[in-house]
Design a protein. Structure first.
Length: 297
């Protein structure tokens, strides 16, 4: 969960990063920090700010509404009036450190951790999201050692596809249907570039007073598509299908067909695309590398 500031975690004492290329660092005292950055009664942002010598390292790209920023003392550079459908969105490329995947060609071993596009969304409580299960919390289980047993991922996927929770289950695995959420590029009121399905990780009601939280993850590298990039699409949405919708093919669909939409600002989407290209899997490059190796055999 992207921290806003009720407890300071992952402390970094370096101030060089936030003040590089700026005027000489002038550290604020505790009273000045509280008056300038921590005066919001509902909470405050704990990341780097000018004059702070101790802060939480922020690995997220944020966009928030003006109201959310005012309520939680969020930096103004995170604010956009173009964010629609959510109060805040925090984005990062996450790594699954529980599963290290490797390849071996007889000479060398190459390993890496699977990466995902992660979006953490904050909604006003009562937002009409199309939930499959009426619950205040839902969490995908963490099963690190299960990755070492073949087919365990398949069996887990089959379990997630079941519509109803098991009897006496207190915390369901999911609040939404499988493949119900996705991110896509839009033009002229319809989907023109489906990027990837976003799989629910955590749903939490009232993470803050009057604010609900949803974390979703999807495949990296999908923003690298030369044919789609030629369309000059800059507007993207996170879409929620209507319950029971089994079409699952978003390309060409009208936005009015969806149950709910979160509209991302163009500047925010541009940054996501750049981050995905830099850190995500580049499937075109992988295919070219595969063909190159095949030609050398």
């Amino acid at each position: 969960m992207a921290a806003l500031g009720f407890a300071v975690t992952a402390i970094s004492t370096s101030v060089a990063a936030q003040d590089a290329g700026k005027e000489p660092f002038q550290r604020l005292n505790e009273a000045e920090i509280k008056a300038k950055y921590q005066h919001c009664p509902d909470g405050y942002y704990t990341g780097p700010r000018p004059g702070k010598g101790v802060y939480t390292k922020d690995h997220f790209l944020w966009v928030v509404t003006p109201e959310f920023a005012e309520r939680y003392c969020i930096p103004q550079e995170f604010v956009s009036k173009d964010l629609k459908g959510a109060e805040a969105v925090a984005f990062t490329v996450s790594e699954n450190r529980d599963e290290e995947r490797c390849s071996y060609n007889g000479v060398e071993e190459r390993c890496g951790f699977p990466k995902s596009l992660r979006f953490e969304l904050y909604f006003k409580s009562g937002t009409p999201l199309p939930m499959a299960i009426d619950t205040s919390i839902a969490m995908v289980p963490s099963l690190p050692s299960a990755y070492m047993i073949a087919r365990s991922s398949k069996r887990l996927s089959e379990a997630l596809r079941k519509d109803a929770p098991k009897p006496k289950r207190e915390i369901p695995v999911k609040a939404f249907e499988l493949s119900q959420i996705g991110i896509s590029g839009i033009k002229d009121g319809k989907i023109v570039w489906p990027i990837t399905t976003l799989h629910e990780q955590t749903y939490f009601v009232r993470v803050f007073e009057g604010i609900d939280y949803l974390a979703v993850e999807g495949s990296t590298g999908m923003f690298t598509n030369p044919r789609r990039e030629a369309q000059d699409v800059r507007k993207f949405v996170i879409s929620f299908d209507k319950l029971g919708d089994r079409s699952r093919t978003n390309n060409g669909r009208q936005l009015s067909e969806f149950a709910y939409l979160v509209e991302l600002p163009e500047s925010f989407s541009d940054k996501i695309r750049a981050i995905d290209k830099a850190r995500g899997l580049n499937y075109r490059a992988m295919a070219e590398e595969f063909l190159r190796r095949q030609s050398q055999k």
